[in-house]
Every structure is written in structure tokens, then in C-alpha cells.
Design a protein around this ligand. Structure first.
Ligand code: DQA
Length: 179
């Protein structure tokens, strides 16, 4: 296992199983959600830490898994540098009737009408997340072509954005759970 695959939290890493849950098609139904990370987000922890911080992808995913589990949601995680893999993951969410998706499509957010079209196909809720405040950065990052079709958008609060997205999804997908 690569060093960055081991989560930094004290507990055992739940990341490999959450990735396998997606890869093996085990994730199904309304109380299941997919956390999708796009290009270059596998380099978190190394990449431009002044902007993205030093949290690794594995650590971010572990936080998502622990958060989802505490909210009564099943979660699958995947990261890909390929636009087609992100589109396939959105199709998976539809085919498997998932309740929601947390999507950070990286730079594809600014350009990919194909990913926007795939989001439109998804019946479940799609929350677009960006670690950084894209509106305070280079001009080309100010516009996301995904935001028009996403159900919600969270930017600029780092890894906590994923946690907030999952909390929101839980209120929509498991409304009977106590606050
Ligand atoms: C990002 C912002 C994008 O502009 C950038 O290309 C990324 C990460 C973010 O999480 O802040 O890869 O989506």
C-alpha cells in the first residue's frame, strides 16, 4: 500500500473498503452516497498546500466515511483523473438509485459540459464541493459549469465542505434521524 493510502486518523483505515464498495457495485439505494473526487485531488497533501492544506485524499475520505457512518449513510469513495470515470460514477449513482453524490470535479468543474450533462441525469442530490474559494482565485476558476445543475454548492471551507455536504444529504435522505 502506498503511504498516502493509509489514513492519518487513529482508527483503522476504512478507505479501501469504501473504494471497493463502489468498484464492486455494492453501493445501492437512497441512504447511500458517493464521494467523487476529480483530477489532481489524489495529490492533496503535496499539491499547493498553501491553497489546499496538508490533508491527504485518504484522510479526507476517512473523514467522509466516519461522518457518513455517524449519520446513518453508507458511503463509497472514488477519485479519478479521467473525465469519463467521473461520468461513469455519476451514471452509477443513477443506476443504483443512490440518494446523493458529493462531487469535487477539480478543474473539470470549469469546463466539462459532459459532466454537467451527467449530473442532470442523476435523480439523487448532487452537491458540488470545492476545497478552495474558487471565486477568490484566478478568473478561469470563478465559473463552474456544474453549479447550474448541482443541487447545492459549497466552496472555500476546505475538507469541512465535504462534511457539511454529507450532513445536508443526511437531513434530506434520513429525515427521521435525530439532529
Ligand atoms: C478545486 C478548485 C479547482 O479550480 C481546481 O482545479 C481543483 C480543486 C477545489 O477543490 O478547490 O482541482 O476543485
Amino acid at each position: 500500500m502506498h503511504a498516502s493510502d493509509s489514513a492519518t486518523t487513529a482508527g483503522a483505515s476504512l478507505v479501501p473498503d469504501s473504494r471497493a464498495a463502489y468498484q464492486q457495485g455494492r453501493l445501492q439505494g437512497k441512504t447511500s452516497v458517493l464521494v467523487i473526487n476529480g483530477p489532481n485531488l489524489n495529490m492533496l497533501g503535496k499539491r499547493d498546500t498553501a491553497i489546499y492544506g496538508d490533508t491527504t485524499l485518504a484522510s479526507l475520505e476517512q473523514t467522509c466515511i466516519e461522518t457518513a457512518s455517524s449519520l446513518g449513510l453508507s458511503v463509497g469513495c472514488l477519485q479519478s483523473n479521467s473525465e469519463s470515470a467521473l461520468i461513469d460514477a455519476l451514471h452509477y449513482a443513477e443506476h443504483n438509485a443512490l440518494g446523493g453524490v458529493v462531487l469535487n470535479a477539480g478543474a473539470f468543474s470549469h469546463t466539462s459540459h459532459a459532466i454537467a450533462d451527467a449530473i442532470e441525469i442523476v435523480t439523487g442530490l448532487v452537491i458540488e464541493v470545492h476545497l478552495s474559494n474558487i471565486h477568490a482565485r484566478e478568473t478561469f476558476r470563478h465559473h463552474s459549469v456544474l453549479s447550474r445543475v448541482a443541487n447545492g454548492v459549497i466552496v472555500g471551507v476546505g475538507a469541512q465542505g465535504y462534511v457539511l455536504a454529507l450532513q445536508y444529504l443526511a437531513t434530506q435522505l434520513r429525515p427521521t434521524l435525530p439532529e
